[in-house]
Design a protein around this ligand. Structure first.
Ligand code: BDP
Length: 720
């Protein structure tokens, strides 16, 4: 028996299985620092620790510090009661006598509730390092930052860090159904084990909370925006309270989706009209019940009068009427409402791009003070590239929270490596010109804190039960980037990607540089091979994976999005067209309207052009489109070469995982390229230049090939 055990160990070691990493530990791997000099200096700084932990959150922070020091430095957390040279002191002014006596104690008291200071200081002549915060949750954030300094090999000498989040509500939006499936989720099933909750709390929930807290996320919206009223029934609320208990020490509040018709479906009322006093009372009672179970409940998200969901317009009321009813119910408890602005009419004569603005702009200033209106980053629907949503900068009197999608619904699901840091950054740094130059979306979002006392951001999660959480290991980078940007929307994707690679793979520049290069080129690659030059919404109708620019049925057609004919392609959204440009402030309106100044990346979004239109390169539009699709595939192939060159530097399991997925990405990029170009060619009649590798199959083949994933259509819009 013993012999067999040893044989197995030897076998596993040879196969590299023992050392293999499956990605579960995310960016919190805490592997021993391999640089001897650094290790020594870190060990010196962490030999004595003063960390009186008096609350659940403090204990969680201390546990994390212990884990980090053990892993990174091979040190046990040694607590001391005397301050000696090189003591690390952690806590708040209340929890630590010493912190309360520091020269910068006042600065700590005036920090934001989530803020923290990490500083090298002296106390009674002894050199100390302090991690101090105003609240216990701030201590957690500080500890994660401190560990990150070591994880990314930064010096612990002369530290002077002061951090406060730039946005207050930093939430992950899970599109999880009550049956455990996830709408647009590509990493397994929901992490919420409803059946065994609230008695059994999967330890994974703690790791989920740790990961979120490590990047500053402080809210989890538990269920799908395509709502099921059942989630508000008492028995489900009790279960949700189990999740709230698990997350609470890490500063994560839970939120629920509210189905607007719940007063009818659950309360038995004949109506859900927000003007009806019984309906209003129903929401008040429901909210009171929720707070009795979850005292720090965050609030609700609502998708109303959108894609078939019920809403106030069913009763001739406005979005503001509906949102305010819910807002008023939550207000006494400090809860908030995220009221989504993702609305569009399924009417072909109306330009969908203009719908959100048209419905919400007239309501500016009409919302209760605890209501966020939440537009998606762009005016259509999470495409590889969109201009920013025109509501940003146009709702000065209503706090807007931006919604990004982290799950790659339209960007290759979990089969493609697409680093979204670049997409998020592009949007957040877009200038709305709301108050002249420099009114970036980031600034617009932050400013609501000053004007309305609340500011927020939401990301549609890409997390599921897959062992590595996100299906594609690089999906972790998108979760990380979202969180980091939620805390500080002005971080650069370059900086975040470097940090993530250091923590996820290695601090060796020969690993960092190539991986970063792949990440930073990947967003432009997906734009190129899926929808270049402002093209959009030409993906498969059901799965949203793979090309289907030919989709055309009486209800929905891709033709509205590309409007292809034998002469031209693109949508005229100029002043002479649908005038979507008119929804942007000057000088953007004119910039987009004018062909000479419209960024080429958005050309066909705003303009309808003939195939022979001359691009800035001097090439015709047709040849430009062809070039972009080919470039996209080339970029993926370059990424593949880069990844394959890292074989000896990455553990085998993660290396092979990415290598295999890169093959899928390459073949699907070719699929996108060839199918789209053949389809466009069937109108333009123009050739794909002979020097390019020619499509292997016919357009008919691409129209016929079965979509590789037979997505369960019954989930769509939560039809059950
Ligand atoms: C679309 C998704 C759909 C969502 C909807 C939304 O395809 O599954 O329910 O957005 O955001 O992109 O409400």
């Amino acid at each position: 028996m013993k012999k067999r055990f040893y044989t197995l160990i030897i076998l596993f070691t040879i196969l590299g299985i023992v050392q293999a990493e499956n990605g579960y530990d995310l960016w919190l791997r805490y592997k021993k620092i391999d640089n001897k000099i650094l290790l020594q200096s870190y060990q010196n700084k962490n030999g004595n620790i003063l960390f009186p932990a008096v609350s659940e959150s403090m204990n969680a922070a201390k546990k994390e510090l212990t884990l980090g020091l053990e892993g990174l430095l091979g040190l046990e957390l040694k607590e001391t009661s005397n301050v000696e040279n090189n003591t690390l002191i952690v806590g708040t002014v209340e929890s630590s006598n010493i912190i309360s006596k520091l020269s910068f104690a006042d600065e700590i008291i005036f920090l934001d509730k989530d803020g923290y200071i990490i500083r090298s200081a002296t106390y009674q002549g002894k050199a100390i390092t302090v991690i101090a915060a105003k609240t216990d949750i701030g201590v957690i954030y500080g500890v994660f930052h401190y560990l990150r300094l070591m994880q990314t090999h930064q010096s612990l000498d002369k530290i002077a860090i002061k951090e406060e989040p730039k946005l207050q509500y930093r939430v992950l939006n899970h599109w999880d159904n009550l049956n455990g499936t996830i709408e647009r989720g590509y990493a397994g099933y929901s992490l919420w084990d409803w059946e065994r909750l609230p008695m059994y709390k999967d330890p994974r929930l703690i790791d989920y909370a740790r990961a979120n807290a490590s990047v500053g996320i402080n809210g989890a919206i538990l269920n799908n925006v395509n709502a099921n009223a059942k989630s508000l029934r008492t028995e489900w609320l009790v279960k949700a309270s189990g999740l709230a208990t698990a997350f609470r020490p890490y500063g994560i509040r839970v939120y629920l989706t509210a189905r607007f018709s719940a007063p009818k479906e659950l309360g038995g009322l004949p109506t859900a009209d927000p003007a009806n006093p019984r309906v209003r009372q129903w929401w008040k009672d429901k909210v009171a019940e929720i707070y009795s179970l979850i005292p720090d409940f965050g609030g609700f998200i609502l998708k109303a009068n959108s894609e078939g969901q019920p809403g106030p317009q069913d009763y001739g009321r406005t979005h503001a009427d509906g949102a305010n009813m819910i807002g008023e119910a939550l207000e006494p408890y400090g809860g908030v409402v995220f009221w989504r602005a993702f609305v569009y009419h399924n009417e072909r004569h109306i330009d969908r791009v203009t719908n959100g603005y048209n419905e919400f702009k007239p309501l500016d200033g009409k919302f209760n003070k605890n209501v966020f209106v939440q537009p998606k980053n762009g005016p259509i629907d999470f495409q590889p590239r969109e201009p920013f949503h025109p509501l940003f900068g146009q709702m000065p009197n209503t706090p807007l929270a931006i919604e990004f999608q982290i799950t790659q619904e339209n960007l290759g699901h979990s089969g493609h490596l697409v680093y979204l840091g670049a997409l998020f950054e592009e949007t957040l740094q877009s200038d709305t010109y709301a108050n002249g130059k420099g009114s970036t979306i980031s600034n617009v979002l932050q400013n609501y804190k000053k004007t309305h006392g609340i500011s927020g951001i939401a990301g549609v999660s890409n997390i599921g039960t897959d062992i590595n959480w996100t299906g594609h290991l690089f999906g972790q980078a998108n979760w990380h980037a979202f969180g980091r940007l939620a805390w500080n929307p002005d971080l650069s994707s370059k900086k975040m990607s470097e940090e993530w690679v250091r923590m996820t793979f290695s601090n060796d520049v020969d690993v960092i540089k190539p991986i970063q290069k792949m990440m930073l080129m990947s967003r432009e690659a997906v734009v190129n091979y899926e929808m270049p030059l402002g093209l959009n919404h030409i993906m498969n109708y059901d799965t949203h994976n793979g090309p289907e620019p030919w989709h055309d049925d009486p209800v929905w057609t891709a033709y509205d999005y590309h409007k292809i004919t034998k002469d031209s392609i693109g949508v005229n959204r100029t002043k002479n067209g649908s005038d979507a440009v008119g929804q942007y402030h000057e000088p953007l309106c004119n910039k987009f309207n004018n062909l000479e100044t419209c960024p080429e990346t958005l050309l066909l979004w705003f303009h309808r052009l003939s195939w022979n239109y001359k691009l800035s390169s001097g090439k015709t539009l047709w040849n430009g489109i062809v070039d972009h699709y080919y470039e996209g595939v080339d970029q993926v192939r370059q990424m593949q070469v880069i990844w394959n060159s890292l074989e000896k530097r990455i553990d085998q399991e993660r290396f092979e995982h990415i290598k295999a997925l890169m093959k899928i990405q390459e073949s699907e990029a070719v699929w996108w390229r060839d199918a789209c170009l053949l389809f466009f060619q069937s109108y333009s009649g123009m050739p794909i230049p002979a020097e390019y590798e020619q499509p292997k199959y016919s357009l008919e083949y691409y129209k016929r090939i079965p979509f590789p994933y037979d997505w369960d259509n019954t989930l769509f819009f939560n039809k059950k």
